[in-house]
Design a protein around this ligand. Structure first.
Ligand code: NDP
Length: 455
C-alpha cells in the first residue's frame, strides 16, 4: 500500500524535529505537525529561556563581587524586567524559526496543527480535518506541568506561564524541590525578588548525591532564599494584594505570585492513542521497547512522552537511534546509562553516574573521594560558599562510577568528566592526569585519599 509519508511525526520538540530532519535527509518522505510553536519545551518554555534567565540573575552577585575586586559602585544597578523578557522572546522566536527553516530545507513538510491518530497508519489534522497516511508514526508530544489538586490551584503559574510574565513580581512562593523549582528559586532570588521555596520532603533535589543536595541547599539559604522543608501548601486564596498561601504547618504567606514546579506529566490526551490501543504505564507515559517502539508495530515514541529520562539531549539521542534503526539498517538501542546533567541552581551542580548512596547499594566496596573548598574567586570576594567535588569509585576494580560537582561552571566541567566516566576511567587514570592550574577543576585529579571507605 502506498502511503502519503514514510514517517509522520506528531510534535515539533527536540526529539520529533531531529527524527524528522534526519529521516528526510535520507530521502524519505516526512511530515511533521506541531500545534503550538516549533521547538518544544526546550526552546520555547524550558532550557533556553531558563538559561538566559540564569545568566540575567547572576549579575546581582557579580556586581557585589566586583566591588571586592576594586570596582566602584558608582551607579546603582536596576533590572529592567520588560527588556529581559523581550530579549528572551526575540531569541526564542529566532531559534523557533531556525527549527522550521532547517526542517523545510531538509524537505520535511510542516503542518501547524494538532495530529490525532485515527488508525495504525492514519493521522487526522484536527484544525484542517485533513487525513494523512504514513508507514511509520512517531509520537513526540513531550510533557506538560503537573499541578496537584489543591484549593486555589487555578491561581498558580507553572513553567508554561513563567516566561510570559509581563511584570516583575516582588515576591514569589515556589512549590517543589526538583530541577525547575530549585533553579527558579535561584533565578528569582538573583533578580531581587523575595523568594520562598516550599518543599514537602526533607531535602531538595531528591535522588541526587546527598552532599550535593545539602551543600546547594545551604548555599541557597545563605544567598537569601527562604527554604521551607517538610512543608506543603494547603490552600491558596486570591486577595487584593496578591495571593494568600496557607501552609500545612498553619503559617500564612502573602505573595505576588505562586509558582508550582511539582513535576511534569506526558502529553497523551486527545492524540488518538486509545484508537489503536497504545499502552501507557502507571504514570501515563507511552510504553516503548529499547528501540522506542510502542505496543503497535509501526508506531514509535521518543522523548518526555515516554518518561525515560526527561532531558533534551536524551530525546535527541533517542530520535537518532530510531532513525538508525528504521532507515539506516542499524538497529540501535539508546543507552540511558551515565548521562550527565546540570542543575542550574546558584551555585550550579554537574553530575554523572552513581551517587554515593546508589554506589553503596550496588557495590560492596566503595571509595569516596571528596574535596570541599573555597574557590580562589570567592576568597577575594569574601564569600564563604564552598565548591564541592566528589568521585565515587567501586574499590574492587578502581572504576570511577560517579562524579558530582557543586560550584561555578560545574555544568561545563561535567560534560568532560562524563567522557572519562563513559569510557570507564579508573581512579588511577584520574591520578595520572596532570592538573590544570590554577583552576577549581584541578581538584578532580588531585584527590589522593578517600574520605570514606565502605567495605
Ligand atoms: P522533578 O520531578 O525534578 O521535581 C518535582 C518536584 O515536585 C519534586 O520535588 C517532588 O517532590 C515535587 N512534587 C511532586 N508532586 C508533588 C505534590 N503533589 N505536592 C507537592 N510536591 C510535589 O520535576 P520538575 O518539574 O522540576 O522537572 C521536570 C523534569 O524536567 C526533570 O525531572 C528533568 O528531567 C527536566 N528538567 C531538567 C533540567 C536540567 O537539565 N537542568 C531543568 C529543568 C527540568 P518529591 O521529591 O517528594 O517527589
Amino acid at each position: 500500500m502506498a502511503f502519503d509519508y514514510d514517517l509522520f511525526v506528531i510534535g515539533g520538540g527536540s526529539g520529533g524535529v531531529r527524527a524528522a530532519r534526519l529521516t528526510s535527509i535520507l530521502g524519505k518522505k516526512v511530515g511533521l505537525c506541531e500545534e503550538y510553536r516549533m521547538g518544544g519545551t526546550c526552546v520555547i518554555r524550558g532550557c533556553v529561556p531558563k538559561k538566559l534567565m540564569v545568566y540575567a540573575s547572576k549579575y546581582s552577585q557579580d556586581f557585589k563581587d566586583a566591588i571586592q575586586y576594586g570596582w566602584s559602585n558608582d551607579e546603582s544597578y536596576r533590572h529592567d524586567w520588560a527588556l529581559l523578557q523581550k530579549k528572551i522572546e526575540d531569541e526564542v522566536s529566532r531559534l523557533s524559526k531556525i527549527y522550521s527553516n532547517n526542517l523545510q530545507k531538509a524537505g520535511v513538510e510542516l503542518f501547524s496543527d494538532r495530529g490525532v491518530i485515527i488508525d495504525e497508519n492514519t493521522i487526522e489534522l484536527k484544525n484542517s480535518g485533513r487525513r494523512i497516511t504514513a508507514k511509520h508514526i512517531l509520537i513526540a508530544t513531550g510533557g506538560t506541568p503537573f499541578v496537584p489538586d489543591i484549593p486555589g490551584a487555578e491561581y498558580v503559574m507553572t513553567s508554561n506561564e513563567i516566561f510570559l510574565l509581563k511584570e516583575k513580581p516582588e515576591s514569589v512562593l515556589i512549590v517543589g524541590g526538583g530541577y525547575i523549582a530549585s533553579e527558579f528559586a535561584c533565578i528569582f532570588n538573583g533578580l531581587g525578588i523575595s523568594t520562598t521555596q516550599v518543599y514537602r520532603g526533607a531535602q531538595i533535589l531528591r535522588g541526587f548525591d546527598q552532599d550535593m543536595q545539602d551543600s546547594v541547599s545551604e548555599a541557597m539559604v545563605n544567598n537569601g532564599i527562604d527554604l521551607k522543608l517538610n512543608t506543603d501548601v494547603s490552600a491558596i486564596e486570591k486577595t487584593d494584594s496578591g495571593y494568600c498561601v496557607t501552609l500545612n504547618n498553619g503559617d500564612v504567606k502573602t505573595v505576588d505570585q505562586v509558582f508550582y514546579a511539582t513535576g511534569r506529566k506526558p502529553v497523551v490526551q486527545d492524540i488518538g492513542l486509545e484508537a489503536v490501543g497504545i499502552k501507557l504505564d502507571a504514570s501515563d507515559a507511552i510504553v516503548v521497547d529499547e528501540y522506542s517502539k510502542t505496543s503497535i508495530d509501526n508506531i514509535y515514541a521518543v522523548g518526555d512522552v515516554t518518561n525515560r529520562l526527561n532531558l533534551t539531549p536524551v530525546a535527541i539521542r533517542e530520535a537518532v537511534a530510531l532513525v538508525d534503526t528504521l532507515y539506516n539498517d542499524k538497529p540501535t538501542a539508546m543507552d540511558h546509562n551515565d548521562i550527565a546533567t546540570a542543575i542550574f541552581t546558584q551555585p550550579e551542580i554537574g553530575t554523572v553516574g552513581l551517587s554515593e548512596a546508589d554506589a553503596v547499594a550496588k557495590y560492596e566496596h566503595v571509595d569516596v573521594y571528596k574535596a570541599a573548598f573555597r574557590p580562589m574567586k570567592h576568597i577575594l570576594a569574601g564569600k564563604d560558599e564552598k565548591m564541592v567535588m566528589k568521585l565515587i569509585v567501586s574499590a574492587q576494580d578502581n572504576i570511577v562510577r560517579g562524579c558530582h560537582i557543586l560550584g561555578e561552571a560545574s555544568g561545563e566541567m561535567i560534560q568532560l568528566a562524563a567522557i572519562a566516566i563513559k569510557m570507564k576511567a579508573t581512579k588511577a587514570d584520574f591520578d595520572a592526569t596532570c592538573a590544570v592550574h590554577p583552576t577549581a577543576s584541578e581538584e578532580l585529579v588531585t584527590m589522593k585519599e578517600p574520605s570514606k571507605k565502605y567495605r
